[in-house]
Ligand binder design. Sequence first.
Ligand code: PLP
Length: 312
Amino acid sequence: MDPSGNDGLLPAITSRTVNEELGAEVFFKCENLQRMGAFKFRGAFNALSKFTPEQRKAGVIAFSSGNHAQAIALAARLLGIPATIVMPHDAPAAKVAATKGYGGDVVVYDRYQEDREQIGRELAEKHGLTLIPPYDHPDVLAGQGTAAKELFEEVGPLDAFFAPLGGGGLLSGCALAARALAPTCSIYGVEPEAGNDGQQSFRSGNIVHIETPRTIADGAQTQHLGHITFPLIRRDVTDILTASDAELVECMAFMASRMKLVVEPTGCLGFAAARQMKSRLRGKRVGVLVSGGNVDLARFCSLVASASFIAC
Ligand SMILES: *Cc1c(COP(=O)(O)O)cnc(C)c1O
């Protein structure tokens, strides 16, 4: 299996309508079509592949109610490693079910009464489990970067590349790939407008911490960048941009209607920023990373129904 975990490469997708709208040549790397529905599978699979035989035998532990949980559970199953996933008791039932479906052993905790770090530490110590965090880990971010690596190798030189930004595993990995394969390409990370800690950190030079932001982009509701991801982003990224929830909804509706793609709100951050930049991208070759498609169908429908873009 290649580093993406896929048996074959998913080709980049293009849209004539998008190219006309932006006056650019745009290539979408569609991680919503990735295994388990998001790029997180790459980092999880890469990190677990590097376990020693002892670590494999004892197992992995992760805290997550989102895509990282499913990614660790699936990668662990494929590699024959036992996985324990610590989730809040009020995590969406669909996410708990998906994680269990991939064979993960789900441990729930009360997020108002219990300290998940302590629960995790106790479980890890008692059973000798290895903790894999969602972004601040060298093997995780290296795995995420294979998404950009594949795009650069497939489509050739790009002038600009846009990727969503939460804790920065995806962006730092993609920036590393660009450093080696596309050093002249401008790299942009895109955050939800309500949670621009990464932009503040990038501009101030220090990791800024914020309260959990209120946004529909649940994959990017992180409170701060990582100690490993931040210096890589500061060194190799061109700028950090933001997109509003309303812009994300417009992109979801557009991508569903015109490109036949189901994309979760966070997955639209890169495209939303490329649309904002429009005039500056004229005549350029542009890469847009679509990070995931895990959105409950009822939620997808109600969000898309509120878009001003008329889908049909
Ligand atoms: C986790 C996630 C992100 C953010 O990735 P980071 O590595 O935390 O920056 C973006 N989109 C989706 C769909 C995600 O699951």
